[in-house]
Ligand binder design. Structure first.
Ligand code: SF4
Length: 71
């Protein structure tokens, strides 16, 4: 399973704006940089086995819809 984190406005597209909810609710999958943005924004996270539900929780709680399931 993989999830994609959209880059955000400063990267020229809608996406992560640094709310931090993903890391608060599912810190075993999502981490933040020093500015509160998802550290993997603009990229893809390979979700380790057993953390799929945490990954899906992050998709649900992101207020920007920046996290999506990737193929
Ligand atoms: S919850 Fe969404 S907007 Fe907030 S840091 Fe995570 S990916 Fe970015």
């Amino acid at each position: 399973m993989r999830v994609q984190i959209a880059l955000g406005k400063d990267g020229g597209q809608q996406g992560c704006t640094g709310h931090g909810r993903c890391a608060v609710m599912a810190g075993d999958v999502y981490r933040l940089d020093d500015n509160g943005y998802n550290i993997d924004r603009g990229g893809v996270i390979e979700v380790p086995p057993g953390l799929e539900e945490s990954a899906r929780l992050g998709v649900r709680v992101c207020p920007e819809g920046a996290i999506t399931l990737a193929k």
